[in-house]
Design a protein around this ligand. Structure first.
Ligand SMILES: Cc1cc2nc3c(=O)[nH]c(=O)nc-3n(C[C@H](O)[C@H](O)[C@H](O)COP(=O)(O)O)c2cc1C
Length: 182
């Protein structure tokens, strides 16, 4: 199995999303031989998309080659880090990952598993006061759905509310990771 692991947090060793993506990768490696590629979008950032950069295919090829993609997605200012957005700008490519038809958009990326680890400081569940400000999970769900992949989400939220809640959010995400199909 070819596994692509992406991180985009700027918070280094304190990062919750980095912790969770590492756990997901370790879990997936338990029972299967994995050809592993790691990309740190913060240490090695991609440039903002330009028309000229739109023609470059190495990031897209790396994504297309992977059977499983694990994405670390911290919430920064209600949405994805701009480092992750620059990567997304390379993988949504007409004719490669989606196409337009008379009946609408068709996703062209079929048989790929995408697992996204989300970390949010506050609460954004359906009953939370800030629910309508959630533009991270909803956005990523739309992005991957657009190209034909139903992403799985592992969520740790409320991690800035206090140390106890931070730990319980991390523990409960870790439990969900252990129950993921390998
Ligand atoms: C620049 C920045 C912006 C943030 N914006 C938000 C936000 O809009 N909503 C929120 O709930 N938490 C916000 N947070 C808190 C992060 O979502 C939280 O710390 C989470 O753990 C980030 O993931 P990471 O630990 O992997 O970096 C922000 C944190 C940073 C550093």
């Amino acid at each position: 199995m070819k596994l692509l692991h992406l991180d985009s947090s700027i918070t280094g060793d304190a990062s919750v999303s980095r912790k969770l993506t590492a756990q997901i990768v370790a879990h997936l490696q338990e029972n299967e031989d994995v050809a592993y590629t790691y990309r740190d979008l913060t240490a090695d950032p991609l440039e903002h998309l330009t028309l000229a950069a739109g023609g470059s295919t190495s990031i897209l090829d790396e994504f297309l080659a992977a059977d499983v993609v694990v994405v670390g997605a911290p919430m920064y200012n209600f949405s994805v880090p701009s480092q992750l957005k620059a990567w997304i700008d390379r993988i949504l490519v007409a004719g490669k990952t989606f196409s337009y038809s008379e009946t609408g958009v068709v996703g062209l990326v079929g048989d790929k598993r995408v697992i996204v680890a989300i970390a949010r400081g506050g609460f954004y569940g359906p009953d939370a006061a800030a629910a309508s400000s959630e533009h991270l999970q909803t956005y990523l769900s739309a992005v991957f759905g657009f190209i034909g992949v139903e992403a799985q989400f592992i969520v740790a939220e409320g991690v800035m509310v206090g140390p106890e809640h931070r730990q319980s959010a991390i523990d409960s995400a870790a439990e969900t990771i252990r129950s993921l199909a390998a």
